[in-house]
Design a protein around this ligand. Structure first.
Ligand code: NAD
Ligand code: IPM
Ligand code: MN
Length: 370
């Protein structure tokens, strides 16, 4: 049987709460569908800092490199606000992305029919929405050097971050976006700020050339990223695939989350390049949301972003497309039945806890699977 080695990194805040619900699905799939997932657990973020003073240990990094896929919860929180910058919880996630070379982050924003009412936008703006943000994940201002604070010696300091993109980085993320668009509605919108940034000028040029040379069958538009943010809330259904850099992708995907009803709904897949010999990709699956300190420990977190990230894992890492489709259908059915965590409840709907939402999705998934 194919190897299905999964590393779970629950992290901090609501990360472990959401991961518990995925664990229920894995247990069901192992016990009743003979899925054969081999589970390992590791520690990341503030939890890792508390355990050994680093945001992720070498041992857990090695486990991540060896796994077929990694499931990641969330990291961070006020408890670690004043720890040294290099070992802050978020550094664990950034190291995983960089060392595993996970350059392509796929963030689908789908508005489930039952949730059109839960968005802060008018239902007709979001009803039936299905867009995909392809965010570059290992370059740009997140990783460019210099990155530092310099003391200027006159009572002033200077904070420096550096945005850098090389041709190959833009080419490969554009390639991912065009390939994905071919299996969707065949349209890519590239977003940058070529009007103020040199990296934006290069981004635009490389995307244009990649399109001309290899993907001229796909429709391509360019948009300045600020206008793109506006268009996302004005009429999001004009988009199919959006390709953009690391920082714009971070911000635009939080905006897109609110089109679906809640940050608690948005999953993501962070993928590397296929291995030349085996064709396998390194991959980490992470909800778009963070550790949500304001609701952590209260059983209020919506586990759907984490569960839908697991569905992406089934599809992209294990080629279990039928199971992934069933899991997505299970989520849709549960929402259709009016089951809501508080972040997606409208009006006077009764709400359920994280655990109850997870149980309902497992129940529905079982009904669709057996
Ligand atoms: P956040 O995503 O944690 O929370 C923003 C808001 O959305 C909060 O009101 C929160 O309650 C709500 N929310 C988020 N996920 C939810 C869910 N599943 N169900 C219901 N409501 C949900 O962002 P923040 O508050 O800006 O950041 C908190 C911490 O998380 C920071 O330390 C930040 O660095 C970290 N963070 C981590 C990740 C990650 O680990 N992938 C992502 C984003 C932020
Ligand atoms: C995200 C998060 C991360 C990012 C942080 C926690 C490093 O906001 O995945 O959206 O900025 O990429
Ligand atoms: Mn973010």
């Amino acid at each position: 049987m194919t190897s299905r080695k999964l590393l779970l990194l629950p992290g901090d805040g609501i990360g472990p709460e959401a991961m518990t619900e995925v664990r229920k699905l894995i247990d069901f799939m192992n016990n009743e569908l003979q899925a054969g997932f081999e589970i390992e657990e590791g520690v990341v973020g503030g939890a890792a800092y508390d355990a050994h003073g680093q945001a992720i240990s070498e041992e857990d990094m090695a486990k991540a490199m060896a796994a077929d896929a990694v499931l990641f919860g969330a990291v961070g929180g006020p408890k670690w606000d004043s720890v040294p910058y290099d070992v802050r919880p978020e550094a664990g996630l950034l190291r995983l992305r960089k060392d595993m070379e996970l350059f392509a982050n796929l963030r689908p924003a789908i508005c489930y029919p039952a949730l059109a009412e839960a968005s802060s936008l008018k239902p007709d703006v979001v009803e039936g929405l299905d867009i995909l943000i392809v965010r570059e994940l290992t370059g740009g201002v997140y990783f460019g050097e210099p990155k530092e604070i310099i003391d200027l010696g006159n009572g002033q300091k200077r904070g420096i971050d550096t945005q850098i993109y090389d041709t190959y980085e833009i080419e490969r993320i554009a390639g991912v976006a065009f390939e994905l668009a071919r299996n969707r509605r065949n349209k890519v919108t590239s977003m940058e700020k070529r009007n103020v940034m040199k990296s934006g000028v290069l981004w635009n040029e490389v995307v244009t050339n990649t399109h001309k040379e290899r993907y001229s069958d796909v429709e391509l538009d360019h948009m300045l990223a600020d206008a793109g943010g506006m268009q996302l809330v004005r009429w999001p259904k004009q988009f199919d695939v959006i390709v953009t850099d690391n920082l714009f992708g971070d911000m635009l995907s939080d905006v897109a989350a609110m089109l679906t009803g809640s940050l608690g709904m948005l999953p993501s897949a962070s993928l590397g390049a296929p291995d030349g010999k085996t064709g396998k990709r390194k991959a980490l699956y992470e909800p778009v949301h963070g550790s949500a300190p304001d609701i952590a420990g209260k059983g209020m977190a919506n586990p759907i972003a984490m569960i839908a990230s697991f569905a992406m894992c089934l599809k992209y890492s294990f080629d279990m497309v039928t199971e992934a489709d069933r899991l997505e259908a299970a989520i849709a059915n549960v929402l259709d039945r009016g089951i809501r965590t508080s972040d997606i409840a409208s009006g006077d709907m009764t709400t359920v806890s994280t655990g109850q939402m997870g149980d309902e999705i497992v129940k529905e998934f079982r009904a669709l699977s057996t």
